[in-house]
Design a protein around this ligand. Structure first.
Ligand code: DX5
Ligand code: ZN
Length: 216
């Protein structure tokens, strides 16, 4: 099955965001990945809801919202107001993860749990049957354009096994340093969805770069 392709607008041209969203609308991208950072959970700040309101208005693809913030549950209504399909919260940011997952579902969105590179897949055992998707970070979150962490491929394989054993229907998404080479290996290891920022937006032909990933 072809992977779900989710270009990350963190690497878009913010002075021409409307143009870049229109390119994604025309392209073979399946979802649009939106990275929200708070400067606390991660050492960077990206954009917030006043900006995203306009992105959501233009976007004609489902929004995959990745919150790299502390206490993400505070913003469930704001993410819902964007019309998000998926709300990704970090395992490391949620001491009461089960409650947050239920709250996201009750709000009418699909809950996803994200794990940082140093967080073991095994810690997901008691939540795997409650989530729509797991997002495996293949770089330390906070910045686009970082080098892919090789161990992520093994984590995808291990997660695929956990999903099989538990009878969960969860999808596996991977984010960070994804390009045609790492993407191909991730898909072979069992990834369902690929996030790509710089591999799409730094390409001379962005629509073509998305099509290449779609054919992995
Ligand atoms: C990083 C973000 C990613 C970022 C990926 O913290 O979560 O979504 O945009 O960028 P690339 O694909 O350039 O590694
Ligand atoms: Zn992301």
């Amino acid at each position: 099955m072809k992977p779900i392709i989710c270009p990350s607008i963190l690497s878009a041209d913010f002075a021409n965001l409307g143009r870049d969203i229109e390119m994604l609308n025309r392209s073979e991208a399946d979802w649009i990945h939106i990275d929200i950072m708070d400067g606390v959970f991660v050492p960077n700040i990206s954009f917030g809801f006043p900006v995203l309101k306009y992105v959501a208005r233009l976007a004609r693809k489902p929004l995959d919202v990745h919150l790299m913030i502390v206490q993400p549950e505070k913003f469930i209504p704001e993410v819902k107001a964007l019309g998000a399909h998926v709300m990704n919260v970090h395992y490391e940011a949620c001491p009461h993860l089960h409650r947050v997952v239920q709250q996201i579902r009750e709000a009418g969105m699909q809950p996803a749990v994200t794990i940082n590179p140093a967080t073991p897949v095994a810690l997901l055992k008691d939540i795997i049957c409650d989530v729509y998707m797991v997002l495996v970070m293949s770089v330390n979150p906070g910045f686009g354009g970082q080098k892919f962490i090789e161990h992520s491929v093994d984590k995808v394989r291990e997660l695929r096994e956990l999903i099989r054993e538990s009878g969960s229907q969860a999808l596996i998404e991977v984010d960070g340093g994804v390009n045609r080479e790492t993407g191909a290996r991730l898909v072979a290891a069992g990834a369902d969805a690929l996030v790509a920022g710089s591999a799409v937006f730094s390409a001379p032909n962005q629509e073509e770069a998305i099509s290449v990933l779609k054919r992995l």
